[in-house]
Unconditional design. Structure first.
Ligand code: DCS
Length: 289
């Protein structure tokens, strides 16, 4: 599944083949940058403002001056879709780094951030949405500022790879038995009709879909408890699910090889999936998950 030809580079559009940066680049050498993955359904952004706002929060947290304002970026990203005639389900990947400069840990002076964005098709994974996925449990070895959507993803990459090698989709991360989130998604436990998830502290990424889940829970009158749960709660859970822009709301049906409840997606997760489809305006043709 290829990248659409026109990419956004700084505030201009160019063919992807023209996108070259020097190798002394702070994103490449230090992971000194931030990113977003924004979902697109039928050529329309979903949770657009939430993603753009989070990008600017991440930028502020690492003292990075972005080369555009929020409004300019929104216009540029909309243009990126129209220049590529993007009308399907997909994502935009957007990243910004502290620029190209001779390697030195200290911030370079007077260097403009490197920013680029591209568009890709990404069909909804209907099988996963319908059947649920499996997860493993891993130690959360990340730094203490996980609310920043930083390019430093090595612990996440290693955890995800280990999940894959164990035939699983995700790795549920914990700090001394307290569940934080997953390698690339937020995670939730449902018990007696209450949803539990780690509070939006610096220890987790404040997911845009997580914000939507909180809203859906309110609409469905399901209590949304920002209260961390423990590893020992997992096997006792009625339901476990995860959320992200690429995964949507996904039932987790086994953890470390043990089934959650009857090993099938649960009723509250189904209601939240339905709320998601409505909120994202997912077209009729895709309604059957
Ligand atoms: N937690 C982590 C560590 C993530 O990387 C992500 C998103 C989330 C939670 C969920 O955030 P959103 O609801 O805002 O998507 N990860 C993106 C990524 O790197 N690829 O796809 C989504």
């Amino acid at each position: 599944m290829g990248i659409y030809p026109i990419v956004l580079s700084q505030n201009r559009f160019t063919h992807q083949d023209n996108l070259t940066y020097p190798f002394e680049e702070r994103g490449l050498q230090f992971g000194d940058g931030i990113y977003e993955v924004i979902r697109i359904y039928d050529g329309q952004f979903y949770l657009f403002t939430e993603h753009v706002d989070r990008l600017f929060r991440s930028a502020e947290a690492i003292k990075l001056q972005l080369p555009f304002s929020k409004e300019e970026l929104k216009d540029l990203l909309q243009d990126l879709l129209s220049q590529n005639n993007m009308e399907k389900d997909g994502i935009v990947y957007l990243q910004a780094t502290r620029g190209s400069a001779p390697r030195d840990h200290v911030f370079p002076g007077g260097v403009i951030a490197n920013a680029y964005a591209y568009v890709k098709d990404l069909p909804r994974n209907l099988a996963n949405l319908e059947n649920g996925v499996s997860a493993i449990i891993k130690d959360d070895i990340r730094w203490k500022k996980c609310y920043i959507k930083s390019l430093n993803l090595l612990p996440n990459v290693l955890a995800k790879q280990e999940a894959k090698e164990n035939g699983c989709y995700e790795a549920i991360l914990h700090e001394e038995g307290i569940v934080t989130e997953c390698s690339s998604s937020n995670v939730y436990l449902i018990k007696n009709g209450h949803i539990y998830t780690h509070p939006a502290t610096k220890r987790i990424l404040h997911g845009c879909v997580r914000m939507a889940v909180e809203r859906f829970a309110a609409e469905l009158q399901v209590p949304f408890e920002e209260e961390a749960f423990k590893l020992t709660d997992i096997l006792d859970a009625d339901e476990i699910f995860l959320s992200s822009s690429t995964s949507e709301i996904l039932p987790v049906v086994t953890v470390d090889g043990s089934p959650i409840a009857d090993g099938k997606p649960g009723e509250f997760t189904r209601k939240l999936q339905e709320a998601y489809r409505e909120d994202a305006n997912i077209s009729e043709r895709q309604l059957t998950i």
